[in-house]
Ligand binder design. Structure first.
Ligand code: PRP
Ligand code: ZN
Length: 290
């Protein structure tokens, strides 16, 4: 596809935690890109779209200023930047939280104990806001990486940092005191005017992301059952109320096809088996438009 100045531009993180999942998502919604290696602007092969691969801290501002119409970035980054953008979708990955953490066994039990203390962080804006909201004054020590080592080096009394598994805090002898912000990857959109042809593409991408998300919430289920058990089976899950029921060659047997919520599929399978279903097969769904 010929690229021009009018391409829809999407900012994503160059390297880092969210990159792989973001690129997978874009490919899953049908956007094909050339090699990303050593490139900052990557054209899309089949749509009038280009990717801008930049540091995640820069994404909210690029989107705010309309340099990119869309951006995939953690809510934590956008919140810290106080960017004037619209979050279109939570993406369900990159889940983490910004937390206050302190060295364990040092007698700090609540935020109040940190009044007047030094807090090392890469999130000075959110950190100052959080302490100020509770009437506490602190000194922020801004560090861009390896914040967790600051208390050991006596650079700070406590930190605020992103916690995902909690492994980093544990390794560094720190414990969480409280959460400042819950976060996940989001699709953000500029609040600047968007030309109609770009908006159309954005709507299409959004619809496809929605179809993916819907599909992930559901599983396709198939089973065989005696015809006289269909009513009983349909009681088990609401979505089975309008299943597809197909007669089988075998006498009085039917095949039932339906969709069930992902989270419940083990229980549902067991209940269906107890109610007389056999040959139960559950399949993932690629995309789903409801
Ligand atoms: C974040 C954060 C912690 C770590 C927490 O850093 O700053 O270091 O992840 O994750 P965990 O709870 O699973 O251990 P990241 O790896 O994103 O890199 P950065 O510190 O260089 O920004
Ligand atoms: Zn880190």
């Amino acid at each position: 596809m010929v690229q021009n100045e009018q391409s829809l531009r999407i900012a994503i993180q160059k390297g880092g935690r969210l990159s792989e999942k973001t690129l997978n998502l874009l490919e899953n919604v049908g956007l094909e890109f050339d090699s990303y290696k050593n490139r900052i602007l990557v054209p899309c092969r089949n749509y009038d779209v280009e990717l801008l691969l930049i540091r995640d801290d820069d994404i909210p501002e690029y989107v705010q200023d309309g340099i990119c119409e869309l951006g995939f970035v953690g809510h934590n980054v956008t919140a810290e930047a106080k960017a004037d953008v619209t979050a279109l979708r939570g993406l369900g990955f990159g889940k983490c939280r910004l937390s206050v953490a302190v060295p364990k066994n040092n007698g700090i039990h609540s935020l109040k104990d940190l009044d007047g203390c030094r807090i090392a962080t890469s999130y000075p804006v959110l950190t100052r806001e959080h302490f100020a909201r509770q009437g506490l004054s602190i000194k922020t020590i801004e560090i861009s990486g390896a914040v967790e080592i600051a208390p050991t080096l006596n650079v700070a009394d406590a930190i605020t940092d992103i916690v995902s598994t909690g492994g980093t805090l544990k390794t560094n002898g720190l414990i969480e005191l409280e959460t400042i912000l819950e976060s996940e990857a989001q699709l953000i959109c500029t609040n600047k005017a968007i030309p109609a042809h770009k908006q159309e593409l954005i709507d299409k991408i959004l619809m496809r992301i929605g179809a993916r998300q819907q599909a992930e919430k559901s599983r396709y289920i198939m089973m065989n059952a005696p015809a006289d058990k269909v009513d009983a089976l349909c009681q088990i899950i609401p979505s089975l109320k309008s299943p597809t029921v197909l007669p089988l060659a075998e006498n009085n047997m039917v095949a039932i096809h339906s969709v069930i919520p992902t989270g419940r599929f083990w229980e549902v399978m067991e209940e269906l088996k107890d109610a007389g279903a056999t040959g139960i097969v559950i399949l993932p769904i690629e995309n789903m438009i409801v």
